[in-house]
Design a protein around this ligand. Structure first.
Ligand code: MN
Length: 717
């Protein structure tokens, strides 16, 4: 059949309905111009397709705007015509319908997904149709494409047939559009299983003549008995759809002979009472098969289908199904929601967005059939829970997120690594900001890069706890070295401010107080913010004071970390046997030039002469500085010194450093290691040495270790 504007206008006239022919013609002209020169795979001009879709919708008695939108449904996607143009020329409704159809057409459909995913996709397709006419146009579009599928290459045929079987036919079923559903299924199954469906068709054709006679006889016997009903009922006889028989044979495994409802006779009457009357008559003429009677008038199917079904056996012993319904029920059975739409809104009326699921809700209220109720309840969940959004991956997987979710939530919902390496995201092919709120039906593509990392402000943008906790744990884990470094710096600064020295064993004591096993974890927690330093400082100061007060009488600085007493090796000018401690700011060693400072109540503290604290000492302290010198070296004397080693990061670096120290028979008192931001490694080791000479020798040997960039004595422990 050649679909032309003349054909369409003829059909519109035949319908005798008040269509706005002028508007429809204008829509045709816009579409015709836009698609000019383009051909379908069949070789026909492209415009035949939108016209065919419009004709299908005309059969459904859809309104003027739907017919216009059908004619224009491919122009925005395929041609230069913009939505704006359509809005100006044909109004908001037509533009929105075309926009909706375009968007639905862009949804990736995943044919390999399991049933639940497919079901979710169907829900979204319906939910995306803020106006239910959108999905009806889309179904008509797909139906015509299936009718002309033979012109496409075989692999395309298969893909389209699968999509139709998995997504569009079930939607048509859900919306009660059984004529559309059956035709879609029959075309699809012939592509998907040519052999199986040919077998069914052959069986059906085998006795075509006999069958036709059989059906004719039944029809006339029924007609005879109901001739007094006015107006005369319509009686139809038919063979059921290929796919419905295919399913019974291949899926439920029934033999061809067992299928009762290959043949069906349909009686269409004017009133519900007549339906039951006719049923009585049918049961009087033929023998009913027990348990095969179904009253879908009293209890309609969820998709609003109503009819009486009974299976009976004729004289020939062949069972057949009889369906009895009113004209209105028949219309609903064929066109489903489209028929409803017509009754509710008329040819030029409108159904508001909020009302679009009233129809389904109404059915639920009436429904008793629990299996189907659940299905429908699921189907409208999308509509009923504004708390959720459903979005697609580019492959068509459905991701369900709470409303207000962002691409950050989406990325982490897909995979932690996708989130951690996200550099940007696209929705519908366009780059969007991270704080864009996802909408149901959005197709979201995350752009990643192996070197990318999360940003701390994502914590404020992400909506889901899942995403936030994944971001947090990333910072906890990946930033450990940075956190340790930050924690150490914070401690050093805070201690300096309070004139305290971060002695390693004291830090460890603080760490244990905060329930950490070691100083590193403690530093990391401070760096990450898990421990707030300012909150524990008062306690730390108290502990520090107490600790030092305890030791003052016996000179804490002459006690080394192993606890052995060390004799004072310093002679202070003019003072015998005075208390001496070694300043922690410069850690003087035997051999260094030193000077003493008379403290208030703690004896003399010994500094290196070039210590900054000495050089910067205020004038009023001038008189408290006092000459000091090292006594003769004693082999048992030893001092702590700290070496700061910076090296290229490599495995076994720490082992090499420690083994050099061990080879020198120098005890290690404390060691920490961490990575610097620039990628180098930093080892801070406190050793016990007898003299500056011994220390310098050790530093020289450490400097020679491969990869070591610098090794220096440091004043800070
Ligand atoms: Mn199309």
């Amino acid at each position: 059949m050649l679909y032309t504007i003349e054909y369409l206008t003829e059909k519109i006239r035949e319908s005798e309905k008040p269509y706005d022919l002028e508007k429809i013609t204008a829509a045709y002209e816009t579409a015709n111009e836009a698609h000019a020169g383009v051909k379908r795979s069949s070789g026909e001009p492209y415009i035949t397709h939108p016209i065919a879709v419009a004709c299908i919708l005309l059969e459904f008695c859809m309104d003027t705007d739907t017919i216009c939108a059908a004619l224009l449904h491919d122009v925005v996607e395929d041609t230069d015509v913009t939505l704006e143009t359509l809005r100006k020329k044909f109004g908001e409704d037509v533009a929105n319908l075309v926009d909706g159809v375009t968007k639905i057409g862009q949804v990736p459909l995943n044919n390999t997904k399991e049933e639940q995913q497919a079901e979710n996709t169907r829900k979204i397709l319906i939910a995306m149709s803020k106006d239910i006419r959108v999905i009806i146009i889309k179904l008509a579009d797909r139906l015509h494409n299936m009718r002309t599928i033979m012109y496409r290459p075989p692999e395309k045929q298969r893909k389209k047939a699968l999509e139709t079987m998995n997504f569009y036919a079930p939607i048509a079923h859900r919306l009660g559009m059984s004529a559309v559903k059956e035709e879609m299924e029959d075309i699809s199954i012939r592509i998907l299983d040519p052999y199986g469906s040919k077998t069914i068709e052959d069986m059906l054709n085998q006795h075509k003549e006999q069958r036709d006679t059989f059906i004719d006889v039944i029809k006339s016997r029924i007609r005879e008995r109901i001739s007094d009903i006015q107006p005369p009922p319509t009686i139809e006889g038919r063979v059921k759809s290929v796919y419905s028989i295919y399913k019974k044979v291949y899926i439920t495994g029934k033999s061809f002979d067992e299928i009762y409802d290959i043949y069906a006779v349909r009686v269409i009457v004017s009133t519900v009472i007549e339906c039951y009357n006719v049923l009585g008559i049918v049961h009087d003429i033929f023998k009913p098969i027990p348990f095969r009677f179904k009253d879908y008038i009293a209890t309609p199917k969820p998709n609003r289908y109503q009819s009486l079904h009974t299976t009976v056996i004729g004289r020939e012993g062949i069972p057949f199904e009889v369906q009895i319904r009113t004209y209105e029920m028949h219309n609903t059975a064929q066109y489903g929601i489209a028929a409803h739409w017509k009754y509710k809104a008329g040819i030029s009326g409108k159904v508001s967005g909020e009302k679009r699921f009233d129809w389904i809700r109404h059915i639920i209220e009436q429904q008793q059939d629990t299996d189907d109720i659940e299905q429908i309840a699921d189907a409208i969940k999308v509509d009923l829970s504004p708390d959720d959004v459903y979005v697609f991956t580019p492959k068509g997987d459905v991701i369900n997120l709470p409303a207000g979710s962002t691409v950050i939530d989406f990325a982490y919902a897909i995979h932690t690594q996708v989130g951690n390496h996200m550099t940007g995201a696209k929705v519908g092919g366009k780059m969007i900001r991270f704080d864009y709120r996802l909408q149901t039906g959005d197709i979201v593509e995350v752009v990643t890069s192996p070197g990318a990392r999360p940003n701390r402000n994502w914590l404020d943008i992400a909506k889901t706890n899942e995403a936030r906790s994944k971001i947090r744990s990333w910072f906890k884990r990946e930033c450990r070295e940075e956190n340790i470094q930050e924690g150490m710096t914070a401690i050093e600064n805070e201690f300096r401010r309070n004139k305290m020295t971060p002695e390693p064993d004291f830090i460890l004591e603080l760490a244990k107080m905060q329930h950490f096993d070691n100083a590193e974890d403690f530093y990391a927690a401070i760096g990450y913010g898990g421990v707030i330093l300012s909150k524990i400082m008062q306690r730390a100061k108290d502990m520090y004071t107490a600790r030092h007060a305890d030791h003052e009488t016996e000179d804490p600085y002459s006690v080394n970390y192993s606890g052995r007493r060390r004799r004072s090796g310093v002679i202070v000018d003019g003072m015998d046997n005075c208390l001496v401690k070694y300043a922690k700011c410069c850690n003087p060693l035997p051999g260094d030039d030193i000077i003493g400072f008379i403290t208030r109540g703690y004896g003399v503290s010994v500094h290196k002469k070039d210590c900054l604290n000495v050089l910067n000492s205020p004038p009023e302290d001038k008189e408290r500085w006092i000459k000091a010198a090292w006594a003769a070296a004693d082999e048992t004397d030893c001092y702590n010194a700290t070496i700061d080693v910076i090296a290229e990061d490599r495995t076994a670096l720490i082992a090499d450093v420690t083994s050099v120290i061990a080879a020198s028979r120098i005890p290690i008192r404390h060691i920490t290691a961490h990575n610097l931001k620039n990628g180098n490694g930093n080892i801070i080791v406190t050793v016990e040495v007898a003299s500056v000479e011994q220390l310098n020798n050790l530093i020289a040997r450490i400097s020679k270790i491969s990869g070591v960039i610098s090794a220096e004595r440091t004043g800070i422990v």
